[in-house]
Design a protein around this ligand. Structure first.
Ligand code: 3H9
Length: 653
């Protein structure tokens, strides 16, 4: 071992056995910022010039290899050397360069590794080119070098989806050459020694395996349908599919495409979402407030929602105690939870030992006192105030004074539920979205009395559950359902004013929603909203505009797909426009004397977007949402708003 040589503030090296071991230390994720690129190019020049150096190893400090290009540099004037310059220099070096992937090698990080002459990874390393998720294509050779290693169809599958792979899969695909059995740097030194003095493999010089065009079409068709017209995946497919041309030509096309996309609206939207997700869990005033330790979670009510929460909690390593009203109901809940875990087992997301460990951490009961060991109890019982209040009073008697109580209510006032507890400061809202084991969004409701460390615990639990937490204040429906109500109210106004359900749905799908609003209603069923409207009828402000079309549909027994018809007809299971629905709508318009007009797709999109953003502004003014970007995340992750439009608050600008 020799002394440390410093090449820049973020790049240094030691020499071991005549090999230059270069370490990138640029927290938090070793992004290839200007200083890293400078340091690397100096290190490479040093290695080339020094006769005593036989090869180079590149690795990252901490738990990441390189998280990618520095996204914060996008939009700023370019600083030389560029990443493609550095990468070209690596590939051309006359001495072997080995990438020692100690952790995530993503984006520009993987591109740098692809140009090395050998790749060796620790068993926990993650690899991927997730650029399309930021609205761009890889811009430093990824679309040209990856197909040279793994073939065109596999490269399309990875790059156009932005999917991250684990080391094992990367090895079997041929992205890496070895997984280190012992110490990563020792193994990398071995690899350099084996390569030194021999002709070594330069990825850019490899011939591309011929691929069946039908297979390319099949892989790309599936991904592009899912991408719903986004530019980056389409361009990625084009670049990979044409990668058999000379490397320099492909690289030039890739770079130009990267630069164009980098400055696009879609990329700005997706990068806004990237940073919004990292900002959301940061709550002003809670810096340095430690969460309480949580190991055992009680879940009250083992219906669909409770079972989903239980499955997510087991998957995150918590011990779960489920409570339901009777032993029979608790037993059924247990079966439902195990059923969800079995699905994970069947799909390969869980292996047998993990499945066994998760089921061993689950118990169910119908006796309140069995919840005594819980650090956190989440109620997911029927959304009825009296039922929830009764439950919280009972729980107060059995759980520890420092245990946390969470309510999963969607529409009730959690402050009223909290006041049923003798310790309202231990109450927080955790509003999961259905199905709770799948949906990423979790609204963390800060009630009037919620203690700071109870809120930070809610956020910490969300993180461990791999959810995306967004903090919301108390208001009917919280952030998401308030905006959703405003948006569907506007959609119903549009119906009355002249647009038909399929026209509104087509406008939403054209905008990028996976499914139109009325098609979603039919899938979910219309009866719950109908029941709520009937409850609210007595207190509704008579001067408020109220559209009765949905009521007429329900009265006619059109309760959605389950009843075979709703906003659409479902003959043979296929969604079709139903003249009977059009007739109901027209009758209501005539009754109200509406002067009907037609709407273009752009007009429909604007009216719905305006309704969402107006409600979003109101939520900000009332202090219910802390930031506009939090509102964007809720609408993207809970209500199908297209991420590549950045969310309603971003899109309005
Ligand atoms: C690219 O590479 C383009 C090239 O093809 C072409 C170039 C020519 N830059 O996620 P975390 C920050 S595009 C700048 O919570 P984790 C993040 O904002 C890039 N900053 O950590 C946060 O900051 P703060 C392609 C970045 O441990 C902090 O790091 N790469 C970058 O849960 C911690 O982030 C990607 O898309 C970045 N590239 O997960 C990968 N990445 O503390 C993006 C992160 O101020 N990154 N930050 O809030 C990730 O997926 C995860 O961050 C990673 C670590 C898995 C690496």
């Amino acid at each position: 071992m020799s002394d440390v040589t410093t090449f820049s503030a973020t790049v240094s090296a030691t020499t071991r056995n005549g090999i230059l071991v270069v370490t990138i230390d640029n927290p938090p994720v070793n992004a290839t910022s200007a200083d890293v690129r400078l340091g690397l190019s100096r290190a490479l020049a040093h290695a080339e010039a020094e006769g005593a150096i036989s090869g180079v190893i590149i690795n990252g400090a901490g738990k990441t290899f390189i998280g990618g290009a520095d996204i914060k540099e996008f939009g700023k004037p370019p600083v030389e050397p560029t990443l493609p310059d550095v990468i070209e220099r690596i590939e051309a070096l006359s001495k072997p360069v080995v990438a020692a992937l100690n952790g995530a090698a993503l984006g520009g990080g993987l591109e740098l590794a692809l140009a090395c002459h050998y790749r060796i990874a620790s068993p926990t390393a993650l690899l991927g080119l997730p650029e399309v998720k930021l609205g761009i294509v890889p811009g430093a050779g990824g679309t040209q070098r990856l197909p040279r290693l793994i073939g065109i169809p596999a490269a399309i599958e990875l790059i156009a989806s932005g999917r991250i792979t684990k080391a094992g899969e990367a090895l079997s695909l041929g992205i890496i050459d070895e997984i280190a059995g012992t110490d990563l740097i020792d193994a990398a030194i071995n690899a350099v020694q084996k390569l030194a003095g021999k002709p070594f493999r330069r990825t850019g010089e490899l011939a591309i395996a011929s691929a069946d065009p039908a297979e390319i079409d099949k892989v790309s068709g599936k991904l592009l349908t899912k991408a719903r017209g986004q530019k980056a995946p389409t361009e990625a497919v084009r670049l990979i599919a044409s990668s058999h041309r000379p490397l320099a030509e492909g690289l030039a096309d890739e770079r130009a495409t990267f630069l164009t996309l980098r400055d696009s609206r879609e990329a700005a939207a997706l990068q806004h979402v990237f940073f919004a997700e990292r900002e959301a869990p940061k709550v002003a005033g809670l810096e340095g407030v430690d969460p309480r330790p949580i190991d055992t979670i009680g879940i009250c009510g083992l219906g669909l929602m409770g079972s989903g929460i239980a499955a997510a909690a087991l998957g995150a390593g918590y011990t779960v105690i489920g409570l339901d009203q009777t032993l029979e109901a608790a037993g059924k809940g247990r079966e439902r939870i195990i059923g969800l875990l079995e699905r994970n087992l069947a799909s390969g997301r869980l292996d047998q030992p993990d499945f066994d460990a998760q089921t061993a951490r689950l118990s169910v009961t119908a006796t309140d006192v069995d919840l005594t060991p819980c650090d956190l109890v989440i109620e997911a019982v029927f959304d009825d105030l009296d039922i929830k209040i009764d439950l919280f009073r009972r729980l107060d008697k059995v759980i520890r004074p420092d245990a946390i109580l969470a309510t999963n209510t969607s529409y009730l006032n959690p402050d009223e539920i909290a006041s049923a507890s003798k310790h309202p400061e231990r109450v927080v809202g955790l509003h999961f979205f259905s199905p709770a084991h799948v949906m990423r969004l979790l609204e963390v409701v800060r009630c009037k009395e919620t203690a700071p460390d109870v809120l930070t615990t809610g956020l910490a639990v969300a993180k461990r559950l791999r959810k995306l937490p967004v903090v919301t204040g108390v208001t009917e429906g919280f952030i998401g359902n308030r905006i959703f109500s405003a948006y569907r109210r506007e959609a119903e106004f549009l119906l009355e004013d002249g647009a038909l359900p399929h026209e509104i749905d087509a406008a939403l799908e054209d905008y990028g929603f996976p499914m139109g609003l009325f098609a979603v209603y039919d899938m979910a069923g219309l009866e719950i909203a109908w029941a709520r409207r009937k409850r609210q009828a007595a207190t509704r402000e008579p001067s408020e505009r109220y559209v009765e079309i949905a009521d007429r549909l329900c009265e006619a027994g059109r309760l959605g797909q389950k009843s075979g018809r709703g906003w659409y007809a479902y003959a043979d299971g296929k969604r079709t426009v139903d003249p009977q629905v059009t007739a109901i709508i027209e009758a209501e318009r005539t009754k109200k004397g509406v002067v009907v007009r037609s709407f273009s797709q752009a007009e429909i999109q604007k009216r719905l977007l305006d309704a969402m953003t107006a409600e979003g502004e109101a939520l900000l003014a009332e202090g219910i949402a802390a930031r506009a970007s939090d509102i964007d995340l809720v609408m993207i992750n809970g209500y199908g708003f297209p991420a590549h439009k950045g969310g309603p608050m971003f899109a309005k600008n």
